[in-house]
Design a protein around this ligand. Structure first.
Ligand code: HEC
Length: 285
């Protein structure tokens, strides 16, 4: 009984500490294989490079809303860690969304092109909820872009509820099993489709069990999606998932023609069908 009391007191204490910590001063971290740094909201809000960024069509709100955020440029936060030119930056979010971002996009310093910022939810002034009637917002940290069209930033490249960023080696070194064979020309539809996959699907789906997302099913193993869904069904799943199957807790959002053209979907399907012949062996216990 005594132990139980102690335990429950400890649990209550810890829960309070977590709730209090998260409420009062949330933080996020940047890691590499050598180092990790943590930034708290209060520290970030005091930075001299804090600015206001207007977003014309905000992916967190289904591209419908014009929003304005207090934000700091993302690149300077990497100063003490360093970003080698061919590295991949992996986002980790509180909801299991996890996408690699090409280091080159992060390293861009030309304001004519897109630049990433870290938007910070101010203390005591929560952003509007992601969905009506649900308290969750894109905060406390959300990656947004200035001038997103200039570098063709896609809707999946705006991770919200960010928990950490990780500097990793090149994508090929980190996830070799998602790559088509080297012999294929860069302009081959399979390689073009591979780019479409990286930008739009890899944040939520692994392929050949590679990738970091825990949200959606693997698209290649045990079965490739083209082995049990018709191509027409996959196209529907991409455009408007609820038209294929419908249930309230479904998490995949559709891609409008503006977000993903018909031509890009066909390239993506070329990659998906190609990868059906490149399955990794599953480690079944
Ligand atoms: C925001 C996360 C997210 C993104 C981005 C996303 N998906 Fe999904 N997808 C899911 C989830 C989660 C499911 C499981 C069903 C659900 O909850 O909607 C799913 C289901 C699917 C299915 C059905 C698989 C099955 O066995 O039932 C297919 C096919 C699919 N996704 C393909 C894609 C493709 C191709 C892309 C890129 C164009 C993509 N998804 C982008 C989250 C996502």
């Amino acid at each position: 009984m005594k132990t139980l009391n102690h335990c429950s007191l400890l649990v209550i204490f810890l829960l309070n500490a977590i709730a209090f910590g998260a409420e009062s001063d949330p933080s996020f971290s940047i890691q590499s294989s050598k180092k990790a740094i943590t930034f708290s909201r209060s520290e970030l809000m005091k930075r001299p490079d804090l600015t206001t960024i207007e977003v014309e069509s905000d992916p967190a709100y289904n591209n419908g809303k014009k929003t304005s955020y207090q934000a700091v440029p993302l690149l300077p936060l990497f100063d003490s860690i360093g970003v080698p030119a061919d590295s991949t930056i992996q986002f980790h979010c509180l909801d299991g969304f996890s996408a690699p971002l090409d280091g080159e996009l992060l390293l861009n310093r030309n304001p004519k092109f897109s630049m990433p910022y870290l938007a910070i939810e101010p203390k005591g002034a929560k952003w509007p909820p992601l969905k009506p009637g649900n308290a969750a917002t894109p905060g406390p940290f959300y990656i947004i872009w200035s001038n997103p069209k200039a570098s063709g930033i896609g809707q999946e490249q705006w991770p919200y509820q960010l928990s950490s960023l990780e500097v990793k080696p090149s994508l090929r070194e980190t996830f070799p099993a998602i790559f088509p064979e080297k012999a294929l020309a860069a302009s081959h539809p399979v390689n073009l489709g591979f780019k479409v996959f990286q930008k739009n699907c890899f944040s939520c789906h692994t392929l050949n069990l590679q990738g970091e997302s825990k949200m959606g099913p693997d698209l290649n193993v045990p079965m490739n999606i083209s082995e049990y869904l018709t191509l027409a069904a996959i196209r529907l799943q991409i455009r408007d998932p609820q038209k294929l199957r419908t249930w309230p807790e479904a998490k995949m959002k559709g891609f409008s023609k503006e977000a993903l053209s018909d031509a890009d979907i066909e390239k993506l399907l070329a990659y998906i069908k190609y990868m059906a012949k490149k399955k990794v062996a599953l480690l079944v216990k």
